[in-house]
Design a protein around this ligand. Structure first.
Ligand SMILES: CC(C)(COP(=O)(O)OP(=O)(O)OC[C@H]1O[C@@H](n2cnc3c(N)ncnc32)[C@H](O)[C@@H]1OP(=O)(O)O)[C@@H](O)C(=O)NCCC(=O)NCCS
Length: 158
């Protein structure tokens, strides 16, 4: 049985490791690397892990962590609120592979949506890649509706 608790600073390296493992195949940073190779000697996992540090720096209270009864971290969701616009954003969501398809992702999003409501947000936003079928299924089943598609371009500078 898993539970959701607030983020602690010491969680960051674990959340980053979970993220690097989870986003294989569903990462824009990985797509850039696939086309052009590493940037500045760093791979896509380094860049993706840095996003989680950015999430924690922006709003540590907006990160919710899922753990087992033994305290093992098996997932998390990062959020932040645009209070002026009334929009809650979800930049990152991860469930460890062995814990997927058991409702963890759904619980994490529901907890994030509850938090948005408590903080007075009127809308929620989340993004996913076209190839991320797990993301599509999950968000649509929770009531999110597709509002736009975006294309990411990159080029190598010489
Ligand atoms: C996306 C992710 C968080 C889903 O977590 P999860 O705990 O497996 O999700 P849940 O068990 O709560 O699934 C809820 C619903 O989402 C949908 N879903 C989840 N995984 C799916 C998959 N692989 N294919 C299709 N639909 C899927 C289903 O509708 C599912 O309901 P069901 O199991 O009753 O059919 C997880 O797959 C993950 O961490 N993926 C890698 C990182 C990632 O893509 N994060 C999101 C970036 S936008």
């Amino acid at each position: 049985m898993q539970s959701i608790r607030p983020y602690r600073t010491a969680d960051l390296p674990i959340l980053q490791e979970l993220t690097a493992a989870a986003f294989d195949g569903v990462s824009i940073d990985q797509g850039l690397e696939r086309e052009f190779g590493p940037t500045s000697g760093r791979d896509w996992r380094w860049r993706k892990m840095r996003h989680i540090a950015d999430d924690a720096a922006r709003d540590p209270a907006g990160i919710l962590v899922m753990q087992t009864v033994d305290g093992e971290i098996v997932g998390f969701i990062s959020t932040w609120c645009d209070h002026e616009a009334g929009i809650g954003h979800i930049p990152n969501l991860v469930v460890a592979e062995g814990f997927r398809r058991t409702g963890c992702g759904r619980q994490l999003i529901e907890a994030a949506l509850d938090r948005f409501r408590e903080l007075g947000m009127s809308h929620a936003r989340i993004e996913t890649l076209v190839q991320n079928t797990a993301g599509h299924g999950l968000y649509e089943s929770l009531g999110f509706r597709e509002i736009a598609r975006q294309i990411h371009f990159g080029m190598k500078l010489s």
